[in-house]
Design a protein around this ligand. Structure first.
Ligand code: TPP
Ligand code: MG
Length: 416
């Protein structure tokens, strides 16, 4: 680690990494008390990535987190109570209890786009946000994160290529934690460095030690400055390790013991503490003060979250369909009366019907062999308009009518 920042910045990075870990530790406790409604993912050992990257952004910049980026939300200013309540599906949560994980954002104030579960989809979305900012003359930079597994999705490539040709001011953090669920990175990408993917789009990239928060921050700060200056998107591969399973339900027994032991010895918070102590930026007293501050904050945030009510049952039926002003400011342009396309009408009977749709008829009128087994009882008839070839001419296999099929089934049965 290099000494290059102000004391305040060093201590901020430390505070947010500790806060990130403490928030997640609290959620594990809530999970074990059965108070977490959805899945619970962990960024244990990856805190330096979320915190170091988000800390390099300015207030006006935009980010979109993925499941292991709670640290980035905290740096951006999301209060821990929102993270707790969101996972507990409480009524005071940002989504008012309609989601049990982290699908929430803040477009008005903090400039956070909600996560999208489909891996990679945030790349074109955040490219679009970056382009919108440029059209509006805002000089913003946008950021999102993707895993080693997610970097093999089609939309990763489409999105990054699009960002590259548009020279979007966008920074993509590729968190290579060596595992995508139970698949080791070596079995899904034939590359030593995933940063090499950037070459295909003609964009710049960096490789950084994801367990060194100062390196992560300094590298990202440089990348953000270059993107802001108009150099186009930049890919940063942060190398780290997923210390726990994919989520709480996964004991990750498939991870070799030596690999886990190696990375446990490189805990980003322990490494950073050693550095701070060595540089006399932190001592036992100030460390205790930071711990006390976090404890007090989280006790209050947790209490608030636990006391928040669950949403009233009837609330489940509201806010599902956009109804205009009370939903958002963009007015939908309904081509048909709203009552026609929303329940109860829409879910009772299709308004438009297409003759033959769903009946299983092929274009020739006969039953299409769409199910396994339908093809068994086929008869062969010469295809109309095609030239005979070979002994029997061109043939088209067509199912018999339902009646004939039933009859032949009965015959077969009789023969047995
Ligand atoms: C397009 C798509 N495919 C599959 C999934 C299911 N899924 C969710 S997370 C995950 C593993 C992701 O691994 P990686 O990208 O390495 O991220 P990590 O969990 O290691 O942070 C999978 C397969 C998904 N959400 N989206
Ligand atoms: Mg991974």
């Amino acid at each position: 680690m290099k000494k290059e920042l102000t004391r305040q910045k060093y201590l901020d990075l430390y505070y947010y990494m500790r806060l990130n870990r403490a928030v997640e530790d609290t959620m594990v406790k809530l999970f074990r008390q059965n108070k977490i409604v959805g899945g619970l993912y962990s960024s244990l050992g990856q805190e330096a990535i979320s915190v170091g990257t988000a800390y390099a952004l300015e207030k006006k910049d935009w980010l979109a987190p993925m499941i292991r980026n709670i640290g980035a939300l905290l740096v951006k200013g999301v209060p821990p109570r929102d993270v707790f309540m969101q996972h507990m599906a409480k009524y005071d949560s940002p989504t008012k209890g309609k989601d049990g994980t982290s699908h929430f954002g803040d477009l008005d104030n903090l400039h956070i786009v909600s996560p999208i579960s489909m891996l990679g989809d945030l790349i074109p979305v955040m490219t679009g946000v970056a382009m919108a900012g440029r059209y509006l003359g805002q000089k913003i930079v946008t950021m999102t994160w993707i895993g080693d597994g997610g970097s093999s999705t089609g939309v990763f490539h489409e999105g990054l290529n699009f960002a590259a040709v548009q020279k979007a001011p966008f920074v993509l953090i590729l968190e290579n934690n060596l595992w995508a669920y139970s698949t080791p990175v070596k079995r899904q990408v034939p590359l030593e460095n995933l940063a090499d993917r950037a070459k295909s789009y003609g964009i710049s990239s960096y490789i950084v030690d994801g367990n060194d928060v100062v390196a992560v921050y300094s590298t990202t700060r440089e990348a953000v400055a270059r993107a802001r200056a108009g150099e186009g998107p930049i890919l940063i591969e942060a190398k780290s390790f997923r210390r726990l399973g994919h989520a709480q339900h996964d004991p990750a027994e498939y991870v070799p013991k030596e690999m886990r032991a190696y990375w446990e010895g490189r805990d980003p918070i322990t490494l950073y503490e050693k550095f701070l102590m060595g540089e006399k930026l932190l001592d036992a007293k100030s460390k205790k003060e930071i711990e006390a501050k976090i404890d007090t904050l989280l006790a209050a945030e947790r209490e608030f979250a636990e006391n928040s009510p669950m949403p009233p049952p009837e609330f489940a039926a509201t806010g599902v369909y956009c109804t205009g002003d009370d939903c958002h400011k963009i007015q939908p342009k309904w081509e048909r009366p709203i009552s026609e396309v929303t329940p109860p009408k829409s879910s009772v009977k299709a308004v438009w019907t297409v003759a033959g749709f769903g009946s299983g008829k092929g274009s020739g009128g006969a039953n299409a062999p769409i199910h396994f087994g339908d093809t068994k009882n086929t008869i062969e008839i010469p295809a109309s308009g095609s030239k005979p070839s070979g002994k029997n001419g061109a043939k088209t296999a067509v199912n018999k009518s339902a009646k004939a099929t039933a009859a032949s089934g009965a015959t077969r049965k009789g023969k047995r």
